[in-house]
Design a protein around this ligand. Structure first.
Ligand SMILES: Cc1ncc(COP(=O)(O)O)c(C=O)c1O
Length: 410
């Protein structure tokens, strides 16, 4: 008999039949619904249908040219070996310099840890901070893999529901209310996936204080940190509010390097040694060529490209939010960050999953159902990613308008 945390933190028992070859934890790791949708979208495309993709969580832009050129140079110079587990010193220093020069925050390079994407950072932190049975507070809706990382180390994610009526703003009091004797800490994203919500300074300070008062930790996922539009938090990074947290970031989103599998963390000094041991054992080092390429990501020519793209994302956001609102969808929050609009599609008369499937099958627009992000908004909300051109967004809105007319006629 194995004991595992249930979806909502309750403990469930799983009987492992003698014949089964795989660990019981696999049963709770469900594929994203959007993967099924994506496969269907690909099949439709192969059959000649033109699909507009509003489901994809990565920038449509290619990696900026100066970064690609730096990768070529690194390859030519033979940078093809393992590196230090915590990342090459030059990149750790370059990241620290970026915090100092661009974000106005002093962070020692020795506290910067380069990882294989923020994904590896999340796994490292769960392994570092959670013992079996320890609870980790996560938001609902939220990034679904967070729960899986906790499960992998036999921790127990506990969901804190976010209310659409409050614009999906996290309230530290809700975290305090769910903090049990087994809770070790919180994992919060700002800007968040799928809502684009950002934590204001007061909430962030309250979360830091809650963690301190309970002897726990706060992990702040800032993977969309560079993609903040007007209406942002008024501070550049959580590190400007407190040093007493674990901050994750990534080259995937703002820097447009999803496939390079590179991210970083800023952690308290005392945690670095444990993280180094875990990283060495788990994956030896982050990818070498990607690290040398990423050195170029902070230089002015590349930064100009990222900044232009951030402005493009802001324009797309407005086009999508305004268009969806005109079609009658409730959008509790014009997202101040990230590249997603989280919209209530109840006015279509369909539940969110049916909405996504029918929109894809009948009108060729791919979106992500709320069920992929938790249970609180699973039936009513859909994530629309603005990771495609404004022209495509305009055409998607026309198709959605057609869908609403067609569905209401039946
Ligand atoms: C909130 C959040 N955190 C972490 C990740 C993982 O990103 P990566 O491993 O590409 O850095 C994602 C990816 O979509 C995300 O949305």
């Amino acid at each position: 008999m194995l004991r595992f945390p249930g979806r909502h933190g309750a403990r469930i028992a799983v009987q492992k039949p003698a014949s089964r070859r795989y660990a019981a934890r696999l049963e709770r790791i469900t594929p994203f619904r959007v993967v099924e949708l994506l496969e269907r979208a690909k099949a439709l495309e192969a059959a000649g249908r033109e699909i507009i993709h509003l489901e994809v969580g990565e920038p449509d832009f290619p990696t900026a040219e100066p970064i690609v050129a730096a990768a070529h140079a690194a390859l030519a110079a033979g940078a093809t070996k393992y590196t230090q587990a915590l990342g090459i010193p030059a990149l750790r220093e370059r990241i620290a310099r970026d915090y100092r020069e661009r974000l106005g925050v002093e962070v020692g390079a020795d506290r910067v840890v380069v990882t294989s994407g923020a994904s590896a950072g999340l796994l490292l932190l769960c392994a570092l901070l959670l013992d079996p049975g320890d609870e980790l507070l996560v938001t609902d809706p939220g990034y679904p893999c967070n729960e899986v990382f906790a499960w992998l180390v036999n921790g127990e994610p506990v969901r804190v529901p976010l209310s659409p009526d409050r614009g999906f703003a996290l309230d530290a009091a809700d975290c305090a209310a769910r903090w049990s004797a087994r809770t070790r800490g919180m994992l919060v994203a700002s800007p968040a996936n799928p809502t684009g919500a950002v934590l204001d300074r007061a909430t962030l300070a309250a979360l830091v204080e809650l963690a301190r008062a309970r002897g726990g930790f706060l992990i702040l996922d800032e993977i969309y940190q560079g993609l903040v539009f007007e209406g942002g938090p008024g501070y550049p990074t959580g590190l400007a509010v407190s040093d007493d947290l674990y901050v994750l970031n990534s080259f995937s989103k703002f820097f447009g390097m999803t496939g390079w599998r590179l991210g970083w963390m800023v952690v308290p000094q005392a945690a670095v040694d444990g993280i180094a041991r875990l990283a060495q054992n788990l994956y030896i080092s982050p990818p070498s060529i990607s690290q040398y390429a990423a050195l170029a990501a902070f230089e002015p020519d590349a930064m100009a490209v990222h900044e232009a793209r951030r402005r493009a994302f802001a324009g797309r956001r407005d086009r999508l939010v305004d268009g969806l609102r005109r079609l009658g969808f409730r959008i509790p929050l014009r997202p101040p960050g990230a590249f997603y609009v989280y919209a209530d599609v109840s006015s279509s008369g369909l539940d969110a999953t049916a909405f996504c499937w029918r929109l894809l099958e009948e009108f060729g627009v791919a979106t992500t159902p709320g069920v992929d992000f938790g249970s609180a908004t699973a039936d009513t909300f859909v994530r629309f990613a603005f990771t495609t051109s404004e022209t495509s967004i305009g055409r998607a809105l026309e198709r959605i308008a057609d869908a609403l007319v067609a569905w209401s006629a039946r």
